[in-house]
Design a protein around this ligand. Sequence first.
Ligand code: LLP
Length: 426
Amino acid sequence: MAATQAAQDLVGLFPNGTSLDATGALVLGGVPVAELAETYGTPALIVDEPSIRARARRYADGLAARWPNSRATFASKAFPCTAVYRLLAEEGLGIDVAGGGELTLALAAGADPAGLVVHGNAKTEEELRLAVEAGAGTIVVDNFDDIDKLEAILDATGAEQGVLVRVTPDIRPDTHEAISTGQNGSKFGLLLPQAREAIARLRGSDRLRLDGVHVHVGSQILDLEPFGQAVEAVAELGEFAVYDLGGGLGSRYTYTDHPPTVEAYLDAMTDVAKRLLPTDARILIEPGRSMVAESGVSLYRVVSVKRGGGHTFVAVDGGMGDNLEVSLYQQRFEAAIATRPTGEGELCRLVGRHCESGDTLSAGVRLEDPRVGDLIAVPVTGAYTYALSNNYNGARRPPVVFVRDGEHRAVVRRETYADLMRRDLP
Ligand code: LLP
């Protein structure tokens, strides 16, 4: 059957490996959605493995072509499960971890410690010790307390540690306030005068080896200007061996989002780097969202359809327990009835099962005759969904299922009620 333009637009938001079968139902990575829902239940997070690999290669190859002494690193906070760490480590990427938990997961997945970049604005002594003892290649100093703590740890062990200074360049990208980190007033990093002071102090340190500087100005950024500005800002701090330029490239969540391509994003940074940075410097980048977002699809089951007051509420069996992006950042998602993704029909409010009015997956989405029991697919849910999933209202966090070439495998199982009680003491 020939898909309408609306249906084609809708399917275009799903991962590259997505198609429609003879009945018009979605097929993810060669696997019919109904089979996935039947095998794993709902809600479930389906991940098209080849999409992540393709994106990782595009980043790694694209960066190397523009700046050979470089490495693409995955900001693992976007999707911190060992299967994803393993996949990106296999693709040759470094791994950025924020804190001891992500560090532990990365090591468990077999990531090379030398390629770890350790972040956090509130790293505890325990976490810093863990990072030093694991042999983490790079620790990003966010504040002067990090320096004090690291010096004390290294004085005791006699080891040397490579560090970068996180710089807050006072750039305000056009993104949601909650995910903007480059401006004066951000809790992250050091403003230029304080960064200079930290650099001077680190240059005099016996055990801390100042490799360079780090900058990350925010997330879901849809224009290129801030990325070039960030490079200009770090260039002002002088010449270093390493410049970590962070992440932040936005993803295409809805029809109206038009993020720059990976290549345009890399050009924006390396064009400025070619003018202002030492030619023998090493450049790191840390994409998170744009590495994984478009590979993920959340599957839900419709539990209730309620009409009244001019609204149609389509309520599903998940929501803010498995996707906090709407509540936290008013992220907009499109959605489809997975067995008939027409992109047409009644304007509905797709809501979750949680006890919050803000528990909405999509404030306005067209669904074709939604009925209880229908399967709903929400595309572009690969980033910061699993990471922020929670047990609100006793929700059991959903499984993560990889699909590729017609095959599927769970890489994280669904939580059970027994899991929910595991930490409660009698
Ligand atoms: N590097 C650092 C130091 C970061 O803090 C982040 C994200 C990244 C890299 C990766 O940025 P990305 O490429 O993913 O934009 N929880 C929010 C997003 C918070 C982003 C935090 N930092 C959300 O759900 O939208």
